[in-house]
Design a protein around this ligand. Sequence first.
Ligand SMILES: Nc1nc2c(ncn2[C@@H]2O[C@H](COP(=O)(O)OP(=O)(O)O)[C@@H](O)[C@H]2O)c(=O)[nH]1
Ligand SMILES: [Mg+2]
Length: 137
Amino acid sequence: MEQTLVLVKPDGVKKNLIGEVISRFERRGLKVSALKLVKITKEQAESHYAEHTDKPFFGELVDFITSGPVAAMVISGENAIKAVRGQMGATNPLDSVPGSIRGDFALTIGENIVHGSDSPESAAREVANFFKADELY
Ligand SMILES: Nc1nc2c(ncn2[C@@H]2O[C@H](COP(=O)(O)OP(=O)(O)O)[C@@H](O)[C@H]2O)c(=O)[nH]1
Ligand SMILES: [Mg+2]
């Protein structure tokens, strides 16, 4: 059993894709263990994307993720981290296969609809950045 942090980013919320994204994970057999709509603070965004601090696109990344509400959720299940990453598709939507979320709904790397944790260590850190222990079911 694994838990992973998923965000439907501001572009996904604007495009009314919250339900579509959740539905894909649920149909796969994964569970929603926590869920809320939130506007991320700058501090929370910088902590969420800490591994990208030195990247040239870091400023853009933080500006974008704080530009509107995100749907934050914890998705749980067997191998949930890898399963979710597979369903998300490649980081650059132009490399994402059709049938993946990014391959079906995105065209640019900066606005690629979803975030999903990339390892158990990131998942633990990212879940704690959004949810208290008693908000998880
Ligand atoms: N503008 C811009 N954004 C990028 C670039 N690379 C990554 N990003 C964004 O930064 C997010 C985090 O990057 P990364 O962790 O490598 O990808 P992810 O784990 O697939 O989301 C991605 O989802 C993109 O939205 C880039 O070269 N330019
Ligand atoms: Mg990542």
